[in-house]
Write a protein that binds this ligand. Structure first.
Ligand SMILES: Cc1cc2nc3c(=O)[nH]c(=O)nc-3n(C[C@H](O)[C@H](O)[C@H](O)COP(=O)(O)OP(=O)(O)OC[C@H]3O[C@@H](n4cnc5c(N)ncnc54)[C@H](O)[C@@H]3O)c2cc1C
Length: 234
């Protein structure tokens, strides 16, 4: 089936950290129904062969009024994110979607283990909001890695969730040394938790350099590849 592309109006722009911004969009033609963890493709009028397609995950579950909340960082020399950082409320953006399979399993029979780095936490935050709204917070561990202390995304929100839901455990980490240090730190937290056989449902999100070594570690530890859900960002 042909992809349906439509215009959306940018309703608001909010800086969440010095490097991360939230955009709220309202599709003009059709409401977009999506599962938390999915993403939209923005068609941006930049680059040598416009439109430039860039994927952004929904940061909050769907609402009755149909807004889409996206959260992105400004990548150095990034064509798409640079363009999006120049937009103001009232501007229009073309998009299609939703897409993607990085979504919650229908049955949660093991502890859910979310691991995200920086904006890789965006779809995870969306899933957590959905779970919280539907009282499905039985057993969740979130390992959240930030590139610096200012960029610990959703930190207060996750702390509040952890205070109110004993089944939700939140482990924030800061790794200023890039993806490799982030992977090393996460592995040092994971090793004591891996007490024989696949006991968790891992869901990993971030750049390839972050996600791939972690997935490899789960596979070496006895998980089947398909048991480790991943979303990679570059
Ligand atoms: C399924 C999916 C969902 C995504 N969801 C989000 C989201 O919710 N929020 C978000 O901020 N991004 C998200 N991304 C990443 C996003 O689509 C863009 O890749 C990112 O914004 C950079 O695009 P750009 O055009 O600005 O950079 P480009 O012009 O493509 O790249 C410029 C330079 O930056 C490097 N680079 C590209 N992407 C990244 C990155 N993410 N981190 C560090 N360096 C990078 C490139 O290798 C290149 O050297 C998602 C990607 C995918 C595939």
């Amino acid at each position: 089936m042909a992809e349906f592309t439509q215009w959306a109006t940018l309703l608001s722009v909010t800086n969440l950290t010095p490097h991360v911004r939230q955009l709220v969009l309202l599709p003009k033609e059709r409401p977009l129904s999506f599962a938390p963890g999915q993403w939209v493709s923005l068609k941006l009028p930049v680059g040598p062969n416009p439109p430039l397609n860039r994927a952004y995950s929904m940061a909050a579950p769907g609402t009755a009024s149909g807004e889409l909340t996206l959260i992105l960082d400004r990548v150095t020399d990034g064509l798409g994110s640079g363009y999006l950082y120049g937009l103001s409320p009232g501007n229009a953006i073309q998009l299609s979607g939703p897409y993607g399979n990085f979504t919650l399993p229908s049955q949660l029979d093991r502890e859910l283990l979310f691991i995200g780095r920086f904006t890789g936490l965006v779809p995870i935050r969306c899933m957590l909001k959905q779970m919280y709204a539907h009282h499905r917070m039985d057993s969740v561990l979130l390992i959240a890695v930030a590139p610096d202390e200012d960029d610990l995304l959703f930190h207060h929100e996750f702390l509040t969730l952890a205070i109110h839901h004993p089944g939700f455990r939140y482990l924030p980490l800061v790794a200023a040394g890039g993806e490799q240090q982030a992977v090393d730190l996460v592995l040092s937290m994971l090793r004591p938790l891996m007490n024989g056989g696949p006991q968790m449902l891992p869901m990993l999100c971030g750049t390839k350099q972050f996600v791939r070594p972690l997935r490899a570690y789960f596979v070496e530890s006895g998980y089947e590849r398909k048991e480790v859900k991943t979303e990679t960002y570059d």
